[in-house]
Design a protein around this ligand. Structure first.
Ligand code: IMP
Length: 427
């Protein structure tokens, strides 16, 4: 059976830690969208791992898959493989032959386009994600199956690089890449990665048929997705449960559980309206206590109160069977904790998340207030859910009732053991 883990907000919900927990019970862990714009931090004992491409489950020595729906920077992937090997962790990686390759010109194009977009820029991670997906959809992409065939690769590279050169020339921008240099460098990557490249859809389907547990690890979050996110400020892939089917090459019928990861408050790294953003000392409190700085870019994240409008929309398009609430401990010590239940646009209440960014920018959050709490994460980790203060339990139950979705996990600290498991996804 397959379980999908999805970020319910703007990414950075703490998916890595939850995936890491469930990956211990899974046989395969699969990435199905995004690329090295993602950043997962996993803390194991005193060691912190920061992954961008490889599924977090790799730390547990599990079989990990990078599916066809991803875009992969081979240089970064090789770095991550080497890092794991240095730690003595065996890398059981399968890379889809259909995944698209991020090329050096994609990264240049990423910053060129950001500079041209003015107020519409997303504040991208600059990793070439958008341009690589553009080329995929435009059918100018290079897949791993192409990269591994020198002849095909050379033909495509020559054609596409001259198109890119023309693009840069049209904008009076320098384009210092040469076909030969890129060809040489990428041939080396191809030789290194060749042994990992395969038909991962075949592999994952066979695994499912044999009764294995497959964990599909979403990157970013629902509200960053190309269809359901804050367009045009989000990313270029779909970040919802449905994308797991196209991005891993499996049937929707094989997905039995969809676990939504809900950070106990809101964060956003990048541009665009964030209705519950706090530009005051509470926002700073959340940022400092939560270590809210981008894993990939190091940028400070914009912080604010939990927003049920985001979560309700996420639940609608993902169909969560359960939720995991993360970083509850970060709210420790606040006198009052607020949750946005709906928005006001002028004098009109709004109960569904708007598609228009103009409207979103005009939304004023309406809050329900909760008394704050303080707990010792270590003690709660030892004694379990019931050891949480009543106020914290009330907060958790409110979220669960609003969505009518059970809580599977509550994370009360960054360490692996500071995770309260209320329900398992794999029986
Ligand atoms: P891109 O994915 O690099 O094109 O960036 C597009 C937008 O998505 C930017 O606002 C990024 O900050 C945001 N973004 C991309 N990946 C992540 C992530 O993993 N977590 C949070 N924000 C992300």
């Amino acid at each position: 059976m397959a379980t999908v883990i999805i970020g319910s907000q703007w990414g950075d919900e703490g998916k890595g830690k939850i995936t890491d927990y469930y990956s211990k019970k899974a046989d395969y862990i699969v990435r199905f969208q995004g690329g090295n714009n993602a950043g997962h931090t996993v803390v194991v004992e005193d060691k912190t791992f920061k992954f961008r491409l490889i599924p977090s489950g790799a730390v547990s020595g599990k079989k990990v898959v990078i599916g066809n729906g991803t875009v992969v920077d081979p240089e970064i992937l090789i770095e991550e493989i080497s890092e794991l090997e240095k730690e003595g962790i065996p890398v059981k990686l399968y890379l889809s032959e259909r995944a698209h390759v991020i090329m050096p010109y994609h990264k240049l194009q990423d910053s060129l386009e950001e500079s041209l977009k003015g107020n519409l820029k997303a504040g991208t991670t600059g990793k070439g994600i958008g341009p690589c997906y553009q080329d995929k959809v435009g059918r100018f992409g290079i897949r791993f199956v192409d990269l591994l065939d020198k002849e095909v690769f050379k033909e495509k590279l020559s054609l596409f690089m001259s198109m890119k050169e023309a693009l840069f020339r049209a904008h009076n921008q320098p384009f210092r890449l040469t076909i030969n240099e890129v060809f040489e460098a990428y041939n080396k990557y191809a030789d290194y990665l060749r042994k990992y490249v395969t038909d991962t859809s075949l592999l994952v389907n066979a695994a499912l048929q044999e009764g294995n547990h497959v964990l599909l690890e979403g990157a970013q979050g629902t509200h960053l997705g190309i269809d359901h996110g804050i367009y045009p400020y989000g990313t270029s892939s779909n970040c919802v449960a449905g994308a797991a089917c196209t991005g891993a090459g499996i049937s929707p019928l094989s997905i039995k559980q969809v676990l939504g990861i809900v950070k106990a408050y809101t964060t956003r790294v990048g541009t665009g309206p964030v209705p519950t953003e706090l530009e005051d000392e509470v926002g700073t409190y959340l940022r400092d206590r939560g270590g809210e700085y981008g894993t990939v870019t190091g940028r400070p994240r914009r912080c604010g109160w939990l927003d049920m409008m985001l979560l309700k929309y996420s639940h609608r398009v993902n169909g969560f069977t359960g939720i995991a609430i993360t970083k509850l401990d970060v709210l420790n010590g606040l006198e009052t904790v607020k949750v946005c239940t709906h928005y006001m646009v002028g004098n009109n209440p709004l109960y569904e998340f708007p598609a228009s960014m103009k409207t979103l920018a005009q939304c004023n959050p309406v809050y329900q207030e909760f008394p704050g709490w303080r707990f010792d994460p270590e003690q709660v980790a030892k004694s379990g859910f019931n050891a949480l203060p009543e106020a914290a339990k009330k907060y958790i139950n409110f979220i669960s009732h609003q969505l009518a979705v059970p809580v599977y996990v509550v994370s009360v600290g960054p360490a692996r053991h500071q995770t309260l498991i209320l329900r398992e996804v794999f029986s």
